[in-house]
Ligand binder design. Structure first.
Ligand code: PEP
Ligand code: MG
Length: 752
């Protein structure tokens, strides 16, 4: 029986090891041809000019690779690409769209099956198989090829797009453009610093060992750790639980336990080399044995061993997590840039972020916003290694990264970066001026923080308080849960820096995409799972310690307000209050002069929209967490680049829900503010002011721009723009309408 999943999986594993895209493309057609037992398998890839180029083939003439090309609609392949629909023909030549490409030698093949490779709605290419006999392919074969194409599209989109690009030569280095998602605004030109989380077995450096016993012990521990990792089903390729894939993990485990491998490593160590050198040598010699085999199934074991070898190596080398110490400021570039990277580099050396994964609302983006550095995320499966140590441009307004930029482009971006700096400098005079609209309405501008590093930017830019202190960030930067004393030190630093201005501290909000390195939570649906207050109410002691620490830190400052993340039930609020009361009582008993601070909630779970009258008497304020509220209202994962285009805080349902919420808060006489990223979008700010929101909390970077905007707005205009918003057909129409207004006010520089 044909198993597309296992073939796809093997291709993906090999993809990580393929030296260049030509070998990878060849490997794809080889694997598919073997699996389907056909005479020809060919891959046509859409190039940057929109033409389909024969990029790899087994069965057609090799000379036709790179030279056979067709426009969409032309020939059978072009027709498949244009209609985005397969063609399954017993005799290709009889089809009216058939066109003969002489150099291919395809006249020998009658049976033809071609399927499009589609990614995010776009045709990336066409996969074709052919046989000599006159026959239609079976349904099973067709289904196999369709499934393979879907896997290729999902996992290798970046490799495919790149496959038709010209090769880099010494005298001509082509410009590399990578389109991602806007993570954090700003333009930056600096050296790229590749986060080397990807290791290749062949590149492991060879070293002498310390002592035989020591190296034996190291390798034994690393192999045991790898086995544990496999036992927990932690699959590097992020697979879901599935019988076929689990059996693949079993294969890994078997290989890991193989006496031959253990023996080979032990023998190398006896020769006096380090554990990682022994691992590399033993693995490579076993790999060579498998690679020499004829049986394709056994051959594929070689790839499994490569993956496995790297896994064991990671367990041997904690220094892969060492501190980064560039001489000059750099842009961090990697598959995923997370809090651990932020903590491993000096803040003044970090000026931008580029990541293959993530989306506008992922925590990479939130942190970049907090630090005021541009970020481009969600680029997809691209190879960014050639950018390492070269000067790159990142444009966080458009989600664009440019490698090897020509001088003219560099000059243009330098000009834009200078303009941006000048705007920031121009706006610095606003620091001491109030955020007051033209018609005299006062708006409070607070800041969102979490890192100690972003405390002073907030103050320097005139924040009137902290509207959201993300207390999980210091937790994420630790190796263990911080003690109460340690927390007191951290919170005191924040509260005293702002005192007497108010500081809203949110209690630990982990879960979802915010994992503690020392306390992983594995769930099927993390965003619907053990998040925020749900987690801390179950780990009552952690919440109690945290609240105690906040209260102690507040003793001489008296500016603390507590905020509950991810509340969805009335009883959660009751239980939270009980813990605060207990903390206050305990501390009083211990002699601390503490009192209960105001307690507010985040509106992130839509259920809260209907609970407010019931919660009213036991809360002091609400803060709109528009990042999560949008995600849950629209059922769109805020971190998933595949649905990033569906995530929008201007969606009519979001606007209508917020309007209702603000109205309800006014009716209940409940202070309402917003702390989600929506408050950084000038268009959204106009709408929020129109709704009646008068307190915004946002990253320090955006604060002067939003103040500038507010000082030019008439609230009466905001109200009428909000009313007109209902008649806008699309979110883009709405954005255009408000942007026009912003431009008319002379604030075009705010719209990038
Ligand atoms: C939000 O959900 O809008 C929010 C501010 O919280 P976070 O982004 O930390 O989840
Ligand atoms: Mg949230």
């Amino acid at each position: 029986m044909l198993n597309p999943l296992i073939t796809a999986k093997r291709i993906l594993i090999a993809a990580a090891q393929a030296p260049d895209s030509a070998s990878l493309m060849r490997l794809i057609v080889e694997r598919i041809r073997t699996a389907l037992k056909v005479d020809v398998c060919s891959l046509y890839v859409m190039d940057e000019q929109g033409e389909l180029v024969l990029t790899a083939t087994l069965g057609l003439s090799e000379e036709s690779i790179g030279t056979t090309r067709m426009a969409p609609g032309q020939g059978l392949v072009g027709t498949i690409a244009q209609r985005q629909h397969p063609l399954n023909l017993d005799n290709a030549e009889h089809h009216p769209r058939f066109r003969y490409f002489e150099q291919t030698g395809e006249e020998d093949f009658q049976g033809f099956l071609g399927v499009p490779i589609i990614h995010l709605g776009q045709t990336l290419g066409v996969l074709v198989v052919q046989v000599q006999e006159t026959r239609r392919f079976t349904e099973e074969e067709e289904a196999f090829l369709i499934t393979m194409a879907a896997h290729m599209a999902g996992s290798l989109a970046g490799n495919l797009k790149k496959a038709t690009r010209p090769l880099v030569t010494d005298d001509h280095v082509p410009v590399l453009r990578f389109q991602g998602i806007k993570g954090a605004p700003g333009i930056q030109i600096a050296t790229a610093w590749l986060v080397k989380d990807d290791v290749r077995l062949d590149d492991i450096p060879e070293r002498d060992g310390t002592s035989i016993d020591y190296e034996q012990q190291r390798i034994a521990e690393a192999m045991a750790d790898t086995r544990d990792e496999l036992d927990t089903g932690l699959d590097q390729l992020g697979s879901n639980s599935n019988d076929t894939l689990n059996s693949l993990l079993d294969v890994y485990k078997l290989l890991l336990q193989s006496p031959e491998l253990k023996q080979a490593i032990a023998e190398e160590i006896q020769l006096g080399v380090s554990a990682s050198t022994a691992l590399k040598r033993a693995m490579l010699s076993q790999i060579a044995v498998f690679e020499a085999m004829d049986d394709p199934y056994l051959k594929a074991r070689a790839e499994d061993l490569r993956v496995l070898g790297v896994r064991v190596y990671r367990h041997l080398h904690e220094e892969l997590n060492e501190r980064m110490q560039p001489e000059n400021p750099v842009i961090l570039v990697g598959r995923e840039i997370n809090i651990s990277h932020f903590t491993r580099i000096d803040h003044d050396k970090l000026v931008g972020i580029v990541s293959l994964e993530g989306s506008a609302l992922s925590h990479t983006a939130v942190l970049a916003n907090a630090l005021g550095i541009p970020a481009v995320v969600g680029i997809g499966d691209e190879d960014l290694s050639s950018l390492d140590k070269t000067e790159i441009i990142i444009d966080g307004y458009r989600g664009l990264v440019i490698g090897h930029p020509p001088v003219a482009l560099l000059n243009e971006f330098q000009r834009m970066a200078r303009q941006e700096k000048a705007l920031q400098a121009d706006l610095s005079h606003l620091k001491s001026l109030p955020a007051e609209s033209k018609d005299g309405q006062r708006v409070r501008l607070y800041t969102n923080t979490g890192l100690l590093a972003d405390i002073s930017p907030g103050l320097e830019r005139g924040a009137e308080g902290i509207g959201l202190y993300r207390s999980e960030i210091p937790f994420m930067a630790h190796n263990t849960f911080p003690t109460e004393e340690e927390q007191v030190r951290i919170y005191r630093g924040v509260l005293s820096a702002y005192s007497p201005k108010p500081v809203v501290m949110r209690t630990l909000d982990i879960g979802g995409d915010k994992a503690l390195p020392y306390f992983p939570i594995k769930e099927q649906n993390p965003f619907l799972g053990w998040r925020g207050v749900r987690f801390t109410l179950d780990y009552r002691n952690i919440l109690l310690d945290q609240i105690r620490a906040m209260l102690i830190a507040n003793v001489d400052n008296d500016n603390l307000q507590l905020m509950i993340p991810m509340l969805s039930r009335e009883d959660e609020l009751e239980r939270f209050h009980a813990i605060v009361d207990e903390a206050v009582a305990q501390l009083k008993e211990e002699g601390y002069p503490v009192s209960k601070p105001p307690v507010g909630i985040m509106v992130e779970v839509p259920a809260v929209l209907w609970l407010l009258p019931r919660l009213r008497d036991t809360i002091d304020f609400v803060s709109i967490g528009s990042n999560d509220l949008t995600q849950y209202l629209l059922a769109v994962d805020r971190n998933n680049p595949k649905v990033a285009s569906l995530y929008s805080h201007l969606h009519p349902a979001v606007i209508s829900a917020l309007r209702g919420l603000v109205r309800e808060c006014t009716r209940l006489n409940l202070p309402v503010s917003i702390c989600g990223e929506m408050a950084t979008d000038p268009v959204a700010v106009v709408l929020l002011l129109g709704m009646g929101v008068r307190t915004l909390s946002l990253s320090a970077f955006h604060l002067p721009r939003i103040k500038w905007l507010i000082r030019y707005l008439h609230i009466s205009d905001c109200v009428s723009l909000l009313d007109r918003a209902q008649n806008c057909r699309t979110e883009q129409d709405l954005r255009d309408m408000i942007n026009d207004h912003i431009r008319e006010l002379g604030l075009g520089a705010l719209i990038q």
